[in-house]
Design a protein around this ligand. Structure first.
Ligand SMILES: [Zn+2]
Length: 480
């Protein structure tokens, strides 16, 4: 027997089975109960979120032969229901708007629509990807939408509602299908695996559901691909091998290295991921995903419902989030998102990715200005202490416009248009305790710095770090 893909085999059959689109199912049920079914509907939403499924359920409800009037509970067994399920009913006509997009096809539709349905109450046209119609085709469609025969209903589905001309939209009742929550997808995957009696490991479900990106159909077709490997039990390791889903252990390790400001470790962990065949874009996606979890754990708590994680993952995420602060995570996510676009068009995606990750790993040096200052002033002979989280990373410093921050010490000054931070001042501009009493500023006089001395200063590792960290430019060197 031929293998039926899961998305078809487990397609929701009634309004009550529909997953993740409850408000729409409820509204349509009410319309049927009160006899206020519209002539035309526009179902908008990304692919695989249940638009066609909902259209078929509505068609079955309107045309089910076991009852005398439209019902909210179609039988799913009568000739009409069965034919609609297969997309082969004579009165429920499914049209692919992408291939039947010309004016001729719409004219033909109009001529046929005049005739009464063959056996059911309504003649229902389901036009998928309706935005693909040409403008003349839309105009032809508009003619019948303006005065539809009472036995005709239209259900238009589209992934790009903005391309459906306004005159069509205004004649439709529009429903926007939301992306399906990963926990709902996870529940469905689990239920299907159990019904199919396929062995699986628990740690497979959530990463698989997340990979589906809000589309039930995608989730099920990913599961189809895993099942087709013939390997059992299905596991997250299999997911990694066959579908390129990065091992969460390795991603966790990479983020931990960034959190520890371990530059060498960050590069090694990146190599570890890329050597598994993961592309740079996939790695960026995985990082964004994980950093988002950390951000949520940090700001809403690790037990938040906004996190789709197992108990063990929650614990781990909570621990890892200690190494970061919210601002740093926000900054990382937005910067990674920007990088995602640039590496797609880059010949050297790996170098760009590594550079950014190193920047994250070293980001504490952006902020640890106090310690750097005291080091520069010789107050602290200790090496820069690793602090877990930058305290005041700006969410969106643009890379093209260097961050205009600066420090001014006895030895080094960099321009800062807004404010100049005094020696021994904290990074937020407040003076430290010992400077509570205003003290006369020691006069800084410009002296000619020898080039040997200049090089010595510029090569000072602490100075280098500040320059790197702040994206600063040295505009002059002054000595007390
Ligand atoms: Zn029926």
């Amino acid at each position: 027997m031929a293998y039926t893909v899961l998305a078809r085999k487990y397609r929701s059959q009634t309004f009550d089975d529909v997953i993740g689109q409850d408000p729409i199912a409820q509204t349509l049920k009410n319309a049927i109960k009160t006899g206020r079914v519209a002539h035309a509907y526009l179902f908008a939403g990304t692919r695989g979120v249940g638009k066609t499924t909902m259209a078929r359920i509505l068609a079955k409800s309107l045309n089910c032969l076991t009852v005398d009037a439209p019902t909210t509970q179609p039988c799913c067994k009568c000739d009409s229901c069965v034919a609609v399920n297969l997309g082969e009913d004579i009165d429920v006509i499914e049209i692919d708007g992408a291939t039947n997009n010309g004016v001729e096809q719409v004219r033909e539709l109009r001529q046929n629509a005049i005739y009464r349905p063959a056996r059911c109450r309504f003649k229902i046209y389901i036009i998928d990807e309706v935005h693909m119609l040409t403008v003349p085709a839309f105009n032809a469609l508009l003619k019948i939408l303006e005065e539809p025969p009472s036995h005709v209903k239209f259900i238009f589905a589209t992934t790009e509602p903005n391309k459906v001309i306004p005159t069509i939209q205004s004649r439709c009742q529009r429903f926007d299908f939301s992306n399906i929550n990963a926990s709902l997808i996870a529940g469905q995957l689990k239920s299907i695996l159990e019904q199919e009696k396929i062995k699986y490991e628990d740690d497979l479900i959530l990463p698989l559901a997340k990979m589906a990106n809000g589309s039930m159909r995608d989730g099920l077709s990913l599961l189809d691909r895993l099942i087709s490997t013939g390997v059992e039990p299905l596991s997250s390791q299999l997911l990694e091998e066959y579908l390129g889903c990065p091992n969460s252990e390795k991603i966790y390790n990479l983020i931990a290295k960034i959190g520890d400001s371990d530059a060498a470790g960050t590069l090694a962990a990146t190599e570890n991921l890329i050597s598994t065949g993961l592309s740079e874009v996939q790695l960026v996606d995985a990082l964004i995903d994980y950093m988002r979890d950390l951000m949520v754990a940090k700001s809403a708590g690790a037990d938040s419902e906004l996190l789709i994680l197992t108990a063990e993952q929650r614990e781990r995420t909570s621990q890892l989030s200690e190494k970061f602060d919210t601002a740093a995570l926000v900054y990382s996510i937005t910067t990674l998102e920007k990088l995602r676009w640039s590496i797609k068009n880059s010949d050297t995606p790996r170098a760009l990715l590594e550079a950014l990750l190193l920047r994250f790993a070293l980001s504490e040096h952006f902020l640890n200005v106090d310690e750097l200052l005291s080091q520069l002033q010789g107050n602290s002979p200790a090496p820069i202490k690793k602090k877990p989280a930058p305290e005041s990373v700006s969410p969106e410093p643009s890379r093209s416009e260097p961050r205009a921050s600066s420090i001014s010490t006895g030895r080094l000054s960099a321009e800062h248009p807004a404010s100049s931070i005094e020696p021994r001042a904290t990074s937020d501009g407040r003076k430290v305790a010992s400077d509570e009493q205003p003290q006369p500023k020691p006069p800084i006089k410009e002296v000619k710095t020898s080039s040997r001395r200049k090089n010595q200063i510029l090569n000072d590792p602490a100075v280098k770090t500040v320059i790197l960290g702040l994206d600063a430019t040295i505009t002059g060197i002054e000595e007390n």
